[in-house]
Design a binder for this molecule. Structure first.
Ligand SMILES: [Fe+2]
Length: 518
């Protein structure tokens, strides 16, 4: 029997058993350079995440408890991270820019601090401007009062689903924590519970966000946006509103929570928005804010708090062909297209859901598959199954919708119902209780009875839409207790015209025949 000396046996043990355990992530053993890095960065509290991705650059961010140096190793395969950027400065917040990247290319990367490495993740650079891209929208994940600061399990489940989607980018619609208070350590804990979840997604795709009312601490008397700005890597910090372009889409992130100006987009920010939309030539424009323009639940305390300013925003969006205005704040899903601008409320990220007359009461995220040719909106529920779908360009009949009332306790006595059309009608008519048509909506009849409002709208193709809304009015006030809608769509049928002409011709011939026989 051949006897193997102990020292040789120990060498074999090290080479084939112990040293492979030192490999990090799924790195190939063939890469000797990677072999001896410890698998985790000690004291890693954030990331690494990929941020601010363009078609040629990306920012890798991570945070360590100790002051350490920073390297990012990256490459085209997970077994060959043959490029690196190194920073010798000792820092806690590591921000390493990767530049001169190739367009629409999958890169693998890992963060390295003081010789310790994160696992290997990957991200894709942005494609060119005519490509199809996948964007995910999710928000209002904040915990309920009863179990804060723990994040809702539904939010964790949605993030798991979104990771599987492999999106190009993600936009969040606000309200990430229950509240920002006066105790810094408590605030840090609440936000860490949020970023611990979002970083799982942020390893692979850039996440942007708008600030929500729960994220500011406004109730303490002063708006604190530093926690929000710390949670997201954003363009133009420390501003809480910004814009950027991604694959032919101009993306605008607004702040509906400015100190003393909450529930509004006004003043300096509005001026900035006008200039921003004036300066872009991107074919698609997506605008985000926390509070919606046309709320289903927070009526009067959203961007409708100042109706003149809401109208001004709507007209600005129409003027610049804004494709989408997306918000949260209402914990539900809702879509309302107003004069060609798709308004979506996506606030089903985990916070307690709201019941409203418009439904949409389910946890979800929104997937937007977008190109300059077509935009598909798909709402995905907790079970991963699509619930709602909508597509642009839209060529159906005009959609007629009503907003501006919440429930039996919200009364707008003597006011005019808020009726919205998905495109500007060629003709429109309104009629209360079969009264003669009027060309604009009039106020609720102020008598105690059920009242019916019929609304008709004709589009450019001559197709007429009809919606019937039923209300119960109380004398002195007007309260919506029920709404039912009835849709009938009619059009000018050319075959009926030819049939009419044909029948008329036959009648004329018959009359002529009888007349000649007389
Ligand atoms: Fe909110």
């Amino acid at each position: 029997m051949i006897r193997i000396p102990k020292i040789i046996a120990l060498c074999f043990l090290f080479l084939f058993v112990i040293s492979p355990l030192a490999y990090t992530g799924n790195t190939s053993p063939s890469e000797e350079r990677l072999e001896f890095l410890p698998a985790d960065i000690p004291g890693l509290t954030r990331g690494p995440t990929v941020n601010l991705v363009t078609n040629h650059s990306a920012l890798i961010f991570w945070r360590t408890v100790d002051l350490t140096n920073s390297s990012v190793e990256y490459g085209f395969t997970d077994s060959n991270l043959n490029m690196s950027v190194n920073r010798s400065m000792l820092v806690n917040d590591h921000r390493v820019n990767l530049t001169s990247l190739q367009i629409n290319t999958l890169y693998y990367y890992r963060a390295v601090s003081n010789g310790s490495s994160s696992p290997i993740y990957n991200f894709r650079t942005a494609p060119n401007d005519s490509s199809d891209i996948k964007m995910i929208v999710v928000g209002d994940n904040r915990p309920d009062q009863s179990f804060a600061p723990v994040q809702p399990s539904e939010f964790e489940d949605l993030i798991d689903l979104i990771i599987l989607e492999q999106p190009h980018l993600v936009v969040m619609t606000g309200d990430y924590v229950l509240e920002v208070g006066t105790v810094h350590a408590t605030n840090l804990d609440a936000w860490a519970r949020f970023t611990d979840i979002t970083d799982l997604l942020g390893h692979y795709a850039p996440i942007y966000g708008v600030i929500g009312n729960h994220d500011t601490g406004a109730w303490t008397g002063s708006v604190k946006s530093e926690y929000f700005l710390d949670a997201f890597e954003m363009y133009n910090e420390p501003s809480t509103y910004s814009s950027f372009d991604y694959a032919g889409i101009h993306i605008v992130l607004l702040d509906s929570e400015e100190q003393g100006l909450d529930q509004r987009i006004t003043g300096t920010q509005y001026d900035w928005l006008v200039n921003d939309l004036n300066s872009t030539e991107q074919p698609l424009k997506f605008v985000f804010a926390h509070r919606p323009l046309y709320p289903c639940r927070h009526i009067g305390t959203s961007l409708d708090s100042n109706q003149t300013e809401r109208e001004r925003l709507q007209q600005l969006f129409e003027q610049h062909n804004v494709t989408l205005f997306a918000a949260g704040h209402d914990h539900l899903f809702n879509r309302l297209t107003v004069n060609g601008v798709v308004n979506i409320i996506s606030g089903g990220g985990g916070a307690p859901l709201y019941q409203t007359p418009w439904g949409g009461t389910y946890y979800h995220y929104l997937r937007i598959d977008a190109s300059p040719r077509q935009v598909n909106f798909t709402t995905i529920g907790l079970d991963g199954v699509p619930v709602d779908e909508y597509q642009l360009p839209y060529d159906g009949p005009i959609e007629i919708e009503i907003r501006g009332f919440a429930n039996a306790t919200t009364q707008r006595s003597g006011t005019i119902p808020e009726i919205y059309f998905s495109e500007i009608p060629v003709e429109k008519y309104f009629s209360w209780d079969n009264d003669p048509n009027t060309t604009s909506a009039t106020a609720f009849p102020d008598t105690a009875a059920f009242h019916v409002l019929d609304v008709y709208a004709e589009n450019e193709d001559g197709v007429t839409s009809h919606e019937k809304f039923v209300f119960y009015s109380i004398a002195g006030t007007t309260t919506t207790t029920t709404t039912t809608t009835e849709t009938t769509n009619g059009t000018f049928d050319i075959t009926l015209v030819f049939m009419g002409i044909g029948i008329g011709a036959v009648v004329v011939i018959v009359v002529l025949v009888f007349w000649r026989k007389r």
